[in-house]
Design a protein around this ligand. Structure first.
Ligand code: IP8
Length: 187
């Protein structure tokens, strides 16, 4: 009992990464079942997989406002696709008897990277957040990754015992952002 565990449900694990907006419900159910069997306080951070990355890449949303591209519809679409994916997660948690509350980051976070602004929301039961398109003071908007969220939750909540990464479709976890990583940075 006691203690908090922060878990990343990787986007490449809970979705089929190459097919736009396709969810892997079996994996989500298996993760929800595992989460229902612990007495720990849980924070679940889920990634985007095919619900976020394909369109975000196509419209270069991580780079912020680019005048030549009509990005507004893409921002709306990606936010709404992420809410759809999040609903699959929340429904599965509920099905497994877990009391959970979701906090879409575009409603409370500003800026990207580990120093994003906004108070980390915490629920009495299981807290759920996810990678999202958020507003950004400098570039208009950007992609706040679940990896930045998990870092902040794991380091700022009291009594975090461990951070767990449930991942699929990737070789491992990088110590540094992909653009700076060498082979030695792969854990
Ligand atoms: O999959 C990315 O979150 P991640 C969020 O945790 C979007 O990196 C919307 C692409």
């Amino acid at each position: 009992m006691g203690g908090t565990v922060v878990i990343k449900w990787g986007g490449g694990l809970i979705t089929y990464k190459d097919q736009l907006c396709t969810v892997n419900l079996d994996v989500i159910d298996a993760l929800a079942k595992a989460c229902s069997q612990t007495g720990k306080q849980l924070v679940i951070v889920h990634g985007a997989g095919s619900f976020g990355h394909l369109k975000a890449k196509q419209f270069r949303l991580a780079e912020g406002r680019i005048d030549e591209l009509s990005q507004d519809e893409a921002i709306y679409d990606v936010r709404s696709d992420m809410l759809t994916l999040n609903k699959f997660v929340m429904d599965s948690l509920a099905k497994h008897g877990i009391s959970a509350k979701s906090y879409p980051p575009h409603e409370w976070a500003k800026g990207t990277g580990p120093k994003f602004k906004g108070d980390l929301p915490v629920f009495d039961g299981v807290t759920v957040v996810f990678g999202d398109v958020v507003d950004d003071e400098k570039q208009g908007f950007g992609i706040l990754s679940g990896d930045d969220l998990i870092l902040r939750y794991a380091t700022e909540l009291p009594e975090v015992e461990r951070a767990v990464f449930a991942i699929g479709g990737v070789d491992g976890i990088l110590r540094v952002p992909p653009a700076r990583a060498t082979a030695e940075d792969l854990i």
